[in-house]
Design a protein around this ligand. Structure first.
Ligand SMILES: Nc1nc2c(ncn2[C@@H]2O[C@H](COP(=O)(O)OP(=O)(O)OP(=O)(O)O)[C@@H](O)[C@H]2O)c(=O)[nH]1
Ligand code: SF4
Ligand SMILES: [Mg+2]
Length: 403
């Protein structure tokens, strides 16, 4: 983790994309939504050519980013490129507003609906231009039959804009609000949990590092007993126990040694695995790590770090993980590196993305990245899960989660 790992995570911004065919009124609706003339509007189809983002405070939810996009029915070579760009914005969106104009729910809109459903993006249909055109009875019936959320609005007359806002807030994914426990569901009151920390504690003298403190807190909150040991003292500490612990949580760096000491009937996992589950979707990341077995000579792996400057004395992403992967697979793998908020455009070229521990991201942001990879057909895992895989202990450390 870098120096700034202990600072407050960035504010959570839900990404809401306004999509639809050209001239449906996407830009007009963003203007009505924000109460500002931020997007250029005209009756010329194809006015918005590039996706444009607009930060907005959507109360009571909080800060969101609205994306105005190019029409998904654009044609010609340039049009195709614009559609591709809109779909990329969509891949990282949390919510979509499908704007329909005079054409209502035509072929274009129905294809978009199927795409949104495939991408598992919650959406609301905005039947726009109500002032001159009510949606047809067929379209309303289609929405009702398929349980699709819809609102009838007029951007120019600012009708029903509050109803659209409420509809958007009602479909905000729960992950924006709640994060699962780290470990508190894995043991009960009165049980004992071991935490194994490495000999060379990479924390300022006199302190444990944040993950250990957070897990310790959950153990104590559950009225369970915590035993904290260094890996060299683990054997004797286990022998001294009257009852065996119900769970042992190890630092990833020493997991190989710890797994050779801990009897197989005791649940064993790592701090990194607990955080991977808490911060994202563990099954997706475990699937991604298992893809390491299928890597071939010449495959490319993307190492993705969320911060622009990952200040680590001992560079886990740049040096250690590539070396472990090469040793584990025996293959000639190429590694690329990216930093910051966005994945590169050529994401599809990678056989696997290995993401950092995401300590500076909140759960929703990490889920967005995971889902973007899934939507773009690229396997993804993270440092902690990949380390367990290359140490040969992945199955063991995720067994407690039935994976
Ligand atoms: N009557 C009426 N006209 C509207 C409404 N919303 C948008 N329009 C008009 O529809 C035309 C297209 O609106 P835009 O907001 O530019 O549509 P868009 O979907 O962003 O279009 P592209 O950027 O070209 O894809 C403009 O002439 C708008 O004034 C509405 O609620 N009622
Ligand atoms: S979010 Fe990633 S890159 Fe940033 S400090 Fe945490 S582990 Fe490092
Ligand atoms: Mg537009």
């Amino acid at each position: 983790m870098s120096d700034n790992a202990s600072s407050t995570p960035r504010a959570l911004r839900c990404i809401i994309s306004f999509i639809g065919r050209r001239n449906a009124g996407k830009s007009s609706l963003i203007n009505a939504f924000t109460g500002q003339d931020v997007a250029i509007v005209s009756d010329h189809p194809g006015t918005t050519t590039d996706a444009v983002s607009k930060p907005y405070e959507l109360l009571p939810l909080g800060p969101v980013t609205l994306y105005d996009t190019a029409g998904l029915d654009d044609d010609g070579t340039l049009g195709e490129l614009r559609i591709k760009a809109t779909l990329k914005v969509l891949a990282r969106s949390d919510i979509a507003v499908l704007v329909c104009g005079e054409a209502g729910l035509g072929q274009v809109e129905k294809e978009i609906i199927t795409r949104l459903q495939d991408m598992k993006i919650p959406f609301v249909i905005a039947f726009n231009k109500q002032d001159k055109h009510e949606p047809s009875a067929d379209d309303i019936a289609f929405c009702k039959d398929n349980k699709l959320l819809y609102v009838i609005v007029s951007s120019t007359q600012k009708q029903n804009i509050d109803a659209l806002k409420s509809a958007v807030i009602s479909i905000v994914p729960p992950d924006f609000k709640d994060a699962p426990l780290l470990a508190g569901d894995l043991f009960s009151a009165g049980e004992t949990v071991f935490m194994v920390v490495p000999l060379d504690l990479s924390a300022p003298k006199g302190r444990l590092i944040l993950p250990q403190v957070q897990v310790l807190r959950e153990i104590l909150d559950s009225n369970a007993t915590a035993v904290v040991v260094k890996e060299n003292d683990l054997s004797s500490a286990l022998n001294n126990q009257h009852h065996q612990p119900s769970l042992i949580i190890s630092d990833s760096q020493v997991i190989k040694k710890v797994s050779s000491i801990v009897p197989t009937n005791i649940n064993l996992t790592t701090f990194s695995i607990l955080f991977a589950r808490n911060k994202g979707d563990l099954p997706i990341m475990v699937d991604g790590a298992r893809k390491i077995d299928a890597l071939k000579d010449g495959d490319k792996i993307l190492i993705a770090e969320a911060c622009s400057h990952h200040a680590m004395s001992d560079d886990i992403g740049k040096v250690k993980i590539p070396n472990w992967i090469k040793q584990y697979t025996g293959k000639n793998i190429n590694f690329d590196f990216c930093h910051g908020a966005d994945f590169p455009d050529n994401l599809e070229e990678y056989a696997l993305v290995i993401h950092c521990g995401a300590c500076m991201l909140n759960r929703a942001e990490m889920l967005r990245r995971l889902h973007e990879c899934v939507r773009r057909g690229v396997a993804i895992t993270n440092y902690g899960v990949a380390i367990s895989k290359t140490q040969g202990v992945l199955d063991r450390v995720v067994k407690v989660f039935n994976l």
